[in-house]
Design a protein around this ligand. Structure first.
Ligand code: SF4
Ligand code: SF4
Ligand code: SF4
Length: 304
């Protein structure tokens, strides 16, 4: 019936309520499209008689009401536009990201670059379960990474460098967690309250707050939907390259161990999350691994 069965089987082709039509979901890593690509999407839609597009929660564009009999042509047009047919089934689906270092003042990592690199390596890989990956460049977590099968959060721990703290309180004002308090005229960090958002690092007018570096916290097993679930913290590492390596290992672990037909979040204990976590941590060089301990307390004027 459909001359383009291969295209029709792609996850990004979704049968509509009226099965005479399908919606095509595109592949747009991190939701970044050029103006030319947007015009191209509009042209492809109009060429097929559609003027309304849909922006999805996974930062892609969907073209609704497509005729399944011309899918091959539409898929070719979309590929030529740099926005090919996406994925939606049990596979690695569109990877989402917040604006990150490119635009957001709170960002600690280049989440768009990370999303594009992960997309290049992993997008569309067939899996026993659907794998959604979301990246946020700071703990404000605008893309809800903890509610995805794989989530990454960029963090930064504050470090006080030697120098005279004036006790001006700017850093304490900036800290939304009340993790910095001014004691006897000097800033003091309460480590257990610190979520390592890095905001204070950029606040000190005397440049007394620095960071030990970027952190990539990787979580797995979260989900949205009718029974939302927070993912578990797997590991934190200090470079994009190591984070990518960890995500690839997670994908291989899920591919080999998970059962189809159930959400990943429901099988984390059965597929031995804790054993896997230990394996992963053992494989990462100590120099790239961030421990679980909160950041080091600072107090005094930082010269002791
Ligand atoms: S998660 Fe943080 S860095 Fe990303 S957009 Fe939100 S506030 Fe900005
Ligand atoms: S890094 Fe910690 S101390 Fe600094 S603003 Fe964020 S929560 Fe507060
Ligand atoms: S660390 Fe900097 S911002 Fe914070 S109280 Fe001291 S001088 Fe002010």
């Amino acid at each position: 019936m459909f001359p383009n069965q291969g295209v029709h089987m792609k996850g990004g082709v979704i049968t509509e309520r009226n099965p005479e039509f399908c919606t095509i979901r595109t592949r747009i890593p991190a939701g970044v499209v050029t103006t030319d690509q947007l015009r191209g999407l509009a042209d492809i839609a109009e060429k097929n008689g559609v003027t309304d597009l849909h922006l999805t929660t996974r930062q892609t564009v969907e073209i609704p009401h497509m005729d399944p009999s011309v899918l091959k042509e539409i898929a070719a047009d979309l590929a030529a536009n740099g926005t090919p047919v996406g994925s939606e089934r049990d596979e690695v689906v569109n990877i989402i990201s917040c604006p990150g270092l490119e635009r957001c003042v709170f960002a600690n990592i280049d989440s768009i670059h990370l999303a594009q690199e992960l997309d290049r390596r992993l997008f569309g890989k067939e899996m026993p379960v659907k794998v959604r990956i979301a990246i946020s460049s700071c703990p404000n977590a605008c893309t809800s990474p903890m509610l995805n099968e794989i989530g990454i959060v960029g963090r930064m721990a504050p470090v006080r460098v030697p120098g005279m703290c004036t006790g001006c309180g700017t850093c304490a004002q900036y800290c939304k967690e009340s993790a910095i308090i001014i004691k006897r005229g000097i800033s003091t960090l309460e480590p257990d309250r610190c979520v390592q958002c890095g905001t204070c690092v950029r606040s000190c007018p005397f440049d007394l707050l620095k960071t030990s570096g970027q952190q990539y916290l990787i979580m797995i097993g979260g989900r949205r939907g009718r029974h939302p679930h927070i993912g578990r913290e797997l590991v934190a590492v200090n470079s994009e390259e190591t984070a990518i390596g960890v995500v690839e290992k997670v994908i291989n672990w899920v591919y080999r161990r998970a059962w189809s037909g159930r959400l990943l979040s429901d099988q984390m204990d059965e597929i031995q999350f804790e054993t896997f976590q230990k394996e992963i941590r053992d494989q990462i060089p100590e120099s790239a691994l961030i421990g679980d301990a909160p950041p080091e307390k600072f107090s005094g004027n930082g010269t002791e």
